[in-house]
Design a binder for this molecule. Structure first.
Ligand code: ATP
Length: 453
């Protein structure tokens, strides 16, 4: 079961500290959200799982964390200054603004139903900000609209500082900004979000095969995070809808509570980006329509040792949205169950590696020094294992603690009771089955480790 409506998720997220409307106490700003105590843990765990699979578990990738403020020259050469636009229409009757391709009824304002709309005109989605103390428009930067351009501009730095040869990839996670005309559907379409992007450089001619490889790898990864296969769809992007850099793009769509939409895009960006940012373009056989006469000072090419020729690699890009991942996984994990005929419970059946809290240690009686001290010691020892956040719950209300931890997806709760003082064991309650078992304190670290592996 998933959530029935977006409202159920929005309500859980606010109630339990996953997500809050940003600038809430001053009325909020549309399209911006803040991750609360549970949200930040969950989001970090998701990013960590991605990093593990993209960097630690592979032998052909490196990581990067580049600046967000981007030079206009970079975004000119990448094509964003000219083409990173959405079609904007104004409603002359109620003065609202819409994305022309997202009007539900053709040529009707979704707000007031008027048909008095302007012709669509291109609206650039990039945010600009002044650089330096004088804001006269002469010196500015863009907040990056995607994380990958700095991967391309660092291509040679990374080649020179590592011993990589093609095929290899560069991974980066971080913020991206888009001035979306109509942010909506909770954290699905926002103006500030995070991406997890890999740029995987390959020899031209091997690109189709690598593209297929990454489409399948990424689908498999989302399934491993807990999304049911049947809720993921591979969608071939139509030729006339491809981004300016793409030879072929396959979207991985997910059935969100508001409908099926893109979770991740896997694109074959060809030699467009490295080609556009490279020095002396005429020395290379560049296949894509790049920005001609690059002012770059660096050759972004590699040598083919067999053919003794320099060439510009093609790049395959799996690009996933962190926030859309958070939304999809919360939706997948959401359950409502009847505990008995009078009681219902809500739980998040998250994979343990993603759960914001890994275990809660609960002394049966609050303020009982012996029980609380022993609980603190257990918490400290589990925390030391480094598998994620462990908390001490000292309210003395076990039922309430179980309810809270079910709702935030904590896989196990450990209760320290008076018997514990005698038999040196605790009661471990499993979130999904609600089954309880006694585990000796001595074996707790091993039990806990096994649970998370
Ligand atoms: P859409 O068509 O939904 O606007 P896109 O095709 O423009 O998305 P890409 O440029 O391919 O998106 O960006 C890669 C990923 O970044 C997307 O798959 C999505 O997960 C995420 N993303 C893009 N725009 C947003 C946004 N406004 N809010 C949240 N995530 C986003």
């Amino acid at each position: 079961m998933t959530a029935q409506t977006m409202e159920e998720l929005v309500s859980l997220c606010k109630r339990r500290g996953f997500l809050f409307q940003s600038n809430d106490i001053y009325g909020g700003i549309k399209g911006l959200y803040d991750y609360g105590p549970m949200g930040v843990e969950f989001k970090n765990n998701l990013k960590q799982a991605w990093w593990k699979s993209m960097v630690y578990e592979r032998d052909d990738t490196e990581g990067l964390d580049a600046s967000i403020l981007s030079s206009p020259v970079v975004l000119k050469h990448s094509g964003h200054e000219d083409t990173f636009t959405d079609p904007l229409v104004d409603c002359r009757a109620c003065k609202s603004r819409w994305r022309a391709d997202q009007l539900f009824e053709n040529n009707k304002c979704p707000n007031c139903k008027s048909e008095d709309l302007t012709e669509p005109r291109p609206f650039n989605l990039m945010f600009k900000t002044a650089i330096g103390p004088v804001d006269d428009g002469s010196s500015f930067a863009y907040l990056r609209p995607e994380t990958c351009q700095q991967i391309f501009t660092n291509f040679k730095n990374i080649l020179d500082s590592t011993s990589r040869t093609v095929p290899f990839g560069i991974a980066q996670m971080g913020k991206a900004f888009r001035n979306e005309i109509t942010p909506r559907n909770f954290i699905f379409r926002v103006r500030e979000f995070e991406q997890m992007e890999l740029e995987f450089f390959v020899k031209p001619g091997t690109d189709d095969e690598w593209h297929e490889y990454w489409i399948n790898k990424r689908l498999e990864w989302w399934v491993n995070q807990g999304i049911k296969k049947e809720n993921l769809k591979k969608i071939e992007v139509e030729k006339n809808e491809l981004a300016h850099y793409s030879k072929r793009t396959v979207d991985i769509n997910y059935v969100f509570p508001h409908g099926e939409e893109e979770l991740e895009g896997v694109a074959n960006r060809t030699d467009f980006d490295l080609g556009s940012h490279t020095k002396n373009q005429k020395d290379f056989k560049i296949t894509s329509e790049v920005m001609k006469n690059s002012s770059s000072t660096t050759k972004l090419a590699v040598q083919d040792l067999e053919e003794k020729k320099w060439y510009i690699p093609y790049v395959i890009e799996p690009s996933a949205g962190v926030d859309r991942g958070v939304l999809a996984l919360l939706n997948e994990a959401y359950r409502e169950e009847n505990v008995d005929k009078d009681n219902k419970r809500i739980l998040l059946s998250l994979k343990p590696h993603l759960s914001p809290i890994k275990a809660a240690v609960i002394p049966l009686k609050k303020n009982n020094e012996e029980l609380v001290n022993l609980s603190k010691e257990i918490k400290f020892n589990l925390q030391k294992l480094g598998l994620g956040r462990v908390v001490l719950e000292n309210s003395g209300n076990i039922g309430k603690n179980y309810r809270r931890h079910d709702e935030i997806g904590t896989p196990i709760c450990l209760t320290v009771d008076f018997e514990t003082l005698e038999d040196k064991s605790v009661t471990v309650r499993d979130r999904d089955t609600m089954k309880q078992e006694r585990v000796s304190i001595e074996n707790l670290s091993e039990y806990y480790r096994k649970y998370f592996n």
